[in-house]
Design a protein around this ligand. Structure first.
Ligand SMILES: NC(=O)c1ccc[n+]([C@@H]2O[C@H](COP(=O)([O-])OP(=O)(O)OC[C@H]3O[C@@H](n4cnc5c(N)ncnc54)[C@H](OP(=O)(O)O)[C@@H]3O)[C@@H](O)[C@H]2O)c1
Length: 260
């Protein structure tokens, strides 16, 4: 532990499991006061206990569904009510159900957009309001290789991540003068709880998922939540105070190879 986030207040959406949980733990290990969030109360409370036990840092769980503006607003308001400020926001909550353009319904499209971009947009809005009060802040957008092109069967997800990439550039361009930064991480392929669950529902067990992923990723290895967390810590820390609008690819080269 090197306390690179000492006493910064960091809100991480979707941190009850998967990549968000790994990010929350690493931020706490680096000295941050962490707001764990998501809908699953039991998992959120368990993570708070784990953080306090392992790192002796204060953390809280705030149960919110971020698919509405109100949920995002309340998450930031309650974070400030508890910790007094927000230094960092990680827009991590996301869902990735499959669908081609031919079979995606309006209902599925709205569900994906509500969590993956509407949530990130409005969490950014209310976090920026708080960051303006303290004169600085850092946001990390948890993106995907699909934000650049997108798999045939992931079209609404890809479009939502593409919009998140624009949101990243927008915040970076217009809030740099206020010392508020935004950076994006291109996640490669992580065997998170959600990814395993989704593949199992499609008849692909974890072993098959890993061997498929390893043969698709140039580095031959899946990434981990911890790999993402190292990047997040850098982008939230003062070490990156002049870094904004960047896209940090933590993907073992996934998406770099030509598909032709
Ligand atoms: N895994 C990968 O290979 C991969 C690749 C590229 C990008 N990503 C991105 O990485 C991020 C995390 O994915 P993951 O793989 O860790 O997924 P995961 O294991 O399914 O975890 C998703 C998290 O999002 C939360 N969440 C979902 N809907 C929510 C809602 N309406 N309101 C609040 N929280 C909500 C879940 O919490 P609750 O269930 O408690 O609500 C959970 O904590 C996503 O943005 C995803 O697009 C993942």
């Amino acid at each position: 532990m090197s306390n690179r986030l000492q006493d910064k207040v960091v809100v991480i959406t979707g941190s009850t499991k998967g990549i968000g949980k790994g990010i929350a733990m690493k931020c706490a290990e680096e000295g941050a006061k962490v707001v764990v969030s998501g809908r699953n109360q039991e998992a959120g409370n368990a993570l708070v206990e784990e953080i306090e036990r392992n790192y002796g840092k204060e953390a809280i769980f705030i149960q919110k569904d971020i698919s509405s503006e109100l949920g995002c607003k309340e998450l930031m308001k309650e974070s400030v009510a508890h910790f007094g400020r927000i230094d960092g926001l990680v827009n991590n909550a996301g869902i990735f159900p499959r669908g081609t353009i031919l079979d995606t319904t309006e209902e599925l499209f709205d569900k994906i957009f509500d969590v993956n971009i509407k949530g990130a947009f409005f969490c950014s809005k209310y976090a920026i309001r708080e960051m303006l009060k303290i004169g600085k802040g850092a946001i990390v957008q948890i993106g995907s290789t699909n934000g650049y092109l997108g798999g045939e069967n992931l079209v609404a997800y890809s479009c939502a991540k593409g919009a998140m990439l624009t949101l990243n550039k927008h915040i970076a361009a217009h809030y740099a003068k206020k010392q508020i930064r935004s950076n994006w991480i291109t996640v490669g392929w992580v065997a998170s709880e959600g990814e395993i669950e989704l593949h199992e529902s499609m008849g692909v067990d974890q072993e098959k998922l890993v061997s498929w992923a390893e043969s698709s990723i140039p580095s031959g290895k899946m990434q981990t939540a911890e790999d993402m967390a190292y990047g997040v810590v850098y982008l939230l820390s003062d070490e990156s105070n002049q870094v904004t609008g960047t896209e940090l690819h933590i993907n073992g080269g996934l998406g770099l190879k030509s598909s032709i």
